[in-house]
Design a protein. Structure first.
Length: 556
């Protein structure tokens, strides 16, 4: 029997063989079988026609060579990864691709490929689509960003509302989970104490109140131009009232008296819940009723983002402490005592603080029982520390893990919905960023800052107000871009509100120059701008560009 010839078929994800590197296949055509067709023309129709001939040839003879494939690809495709992707598609069609034509015996070992005209056309169309995609592929990050951005469809008003509701549902799930965690209220009550004594800011804890009985009614859509004008007016008012960084910010927020009443009630209910949990446990009907009341009071508070993050961080810190102790117990039992890992994973959960769990395994008289007995003191020390954690959080280890799981699910739901909203509005950022070019920042930096503003808009969007998200996001994007220009475009940073004043001063100064034929004096500018002359002089002084110390002065 003749010796079997070994041939190499391009495996999944890799089109190269040991005989020749992928980067040389384009040029390595000597000794390979050629097709009687010309190189592909530049039009997609011609490329598909020749790819159809290639696939028909492959189905007819049962294989293709790299040389044949290379003859039918556009000359612009030279990247080995691009060629491998295309060869892999041909392999997936059931047509193996070899470095050189295999012998007859090797082909007999393979099942024949049925040459079907219609199937060849479909395969050629699919392959042509891939080739066209590779043909237009670029490594330029800006072009790649633009191309990926264009694949996402724009949202309708209904689509925006649907995504906003999913974000709201995800965040509500997180808040409900936090309301079942007693340390949440301990942290909130402690955080409110400085506010009660007049030493803290209420807006760092809550930003408002939620009416649980309010109907879910969406306001009638407002005129986008009026909404944009209102946002512009709000922007100017904010800039006019904005002080420099060293001045104190104005504390605006919810009604302090209403907040004091609600926090007093929250603290009282929390004390009752803790007492009931410690005395009767979490399954007692009275405890369940009190916890439900406490959760309802908590859900009526609109938390500040910083407070929201602190509550989640607190839970995660407790969970990390629990996992660290559990890991220590597992190392003692599995690594040091030799207990099978499967036995530990099966029996230890829900017995984290049960000292009888170790006694059961010691009495089992298995290979690792004696080692467990020697390590009993260390294992029980970790279990007692887990008991201390349970006592501190007033819940069992299993309940803490379940609350964390609910938070993770809610966060993931909100994160996915926010990602969809951001991706669907990236084109809006591009359109706004184009208007701010040549102002001291590169276009990519403008896009980046605009995207930051877009993400803030997604976080703060309230669909019940009635206007489209694009109307709301435009202001946030523009604000982020203008602030970044004000912060980064100048050598010496100038506050944003002063930048707006300088721009207004320059605009009026140019207008008066055209009217009077000369530069206006500070007192003339003060009259036109309706502001004190000393402030105009201060603005003119600030508006001057910095001069380098190396700038020559005079002829010498």
């Amino acid at each position: 029997m003749p010796a079997k010839t070994t041939t190499t078929v391009a495996p999944k994800g890799k089109a190269a063989s040991a005989e020749a590197p992928a980067s040389t296949r384009k040029a390595g055509k000597a000794g390979a079988e050629k097709l009687d067709v010309a190189l592909p023309a530049s039009t997609p129709e011609d490329r598909q026609s020749q790819l159809k001939l290639l696939i028909a040839r492959g189905k007819e003879q049962g294989f293709l060579t790299y040389s044949e494939v290379n003859d039918h690809l556009p000359s612009e495709i030279v990247d080995p990864e691009q060629i491998e992707d295309i060869v892999q598609m041909i392999n997936d069609m059931g047509i193996p691709v070899y470095e050189k034509a295999p012998d007859a015996e090797a082909l007999l070992l393979r099942e024949p490929v049925v040459a079907d005209e219609e199937a060849a056309e479909e395969a050629a169309a699919a392959l042509a689509t891939t080739v066209d995609a590779e043909f237009g592929r670029t490594t330029d990050p800006v072009r790649m960003y633009m191309r990926e951005m264009g694949t996402v469809e724009l949202l309708t008003r209904e689509g925006e509302i649907a995504i906003a509701k999913r974000i709201e549902e995800g965040l509500d799930s997180v808040r409900r989970a936090l309301s079942a965690y007693p340390p949440t209220f301990d942290l909130m009550v402690r955080s409110y104490e400085p506010v009660r004594q007049g030493q803290g800011r209420l807006v760092d804890i809550i930003v408002g109140f939620v009416d649980p009985n309010a109907p879910d009614v969406i306001a009638e859509p407002v005129n986008p131009k009026l909404a944009a004008a209102k946002e512009e007016a709000d922007d100017e008012a904010e800039d006019d009232s904005e002080s420099s960084e060293d001045e104190e910010a104005v504390d605006t927020g919810p009604d302090p008296e209403e907040a004091a009443r609600r926090f007093a009630s929250l603290g009282k209910t929390y004390a009752q819940v803790v007492k009931s949990l410690d005395e009767k446990g979490s399954k007692d009907p009275k405890t369940i009723k009190l916890r439900r009341k406490l959760a309802d009071e908590f859900m009526e508070l609109k938390l500040a983002p910083r407070m929201f993050d602190q509550l989640i961080t607190q839970l995660r810190e407790h969970l990390n402490e629990i996992r660290g102790l559990e890991k220590s117990v597992m190392q003692l039992c599995v690594r040091d005592a030799g207990m099978p890992r499967s036995d530990f994973i099966e029996t230890f959960p829900r017995n984290e603080t049960n000292l009888q769990w170790l006694d059961k395994h010691v009495r089992a008289k298995r290979k690792h029982s004696a080692a467990l007995a020697r390590l009993r003191e260390e294992i029980e020390k970790h279990q007692l520390r887990l008991r201390e954690v349970e006592k501190r959080v007033h819940l069992s280890i299993a309940e803490v893990k379940e609350i964390n799981r609910e938070i993770a699910v809610g966060e993931a739901q909100a994160r996915r919905a926010k990602k969809e909203m951001v991706e669907a509005n990236l084109r809006l950022v591009i359109s706004i960023a184009k208007k701010y070019t040549n102002r001291g920042l590169q276009f990519l930096d403008l896009i980046q800052e605009g995207n930051i503003g877009l993400m803030k808009a997604v976080d703060k969007f309230e669909y019940r107000r009635g206007y489209k998200f694009s109307t709301y996001a435009t202001w946030w994007i523009r604000q982020a871009i203008t602030r970044s220009i004000a912060d980064q475009a100048r050598t010496i940073r100038i506050p944003v509100h002063m930048i707006e004043t300088i721009n207004k001063l320059n605009r009026i100064s140019r207008q008066m120059l055209q009217e009077m034929g000369r530069e206006p004096t500070p007192d003339e500018l003060a009259v036109r701008m309706e502001m004190p002359e000393d402030k105009v002089r201060k603005v003119l002084k600030i508006a001057k560009e910095p001069i380098s110390m190396e700038t020559p002065i005079g002829d010498d």
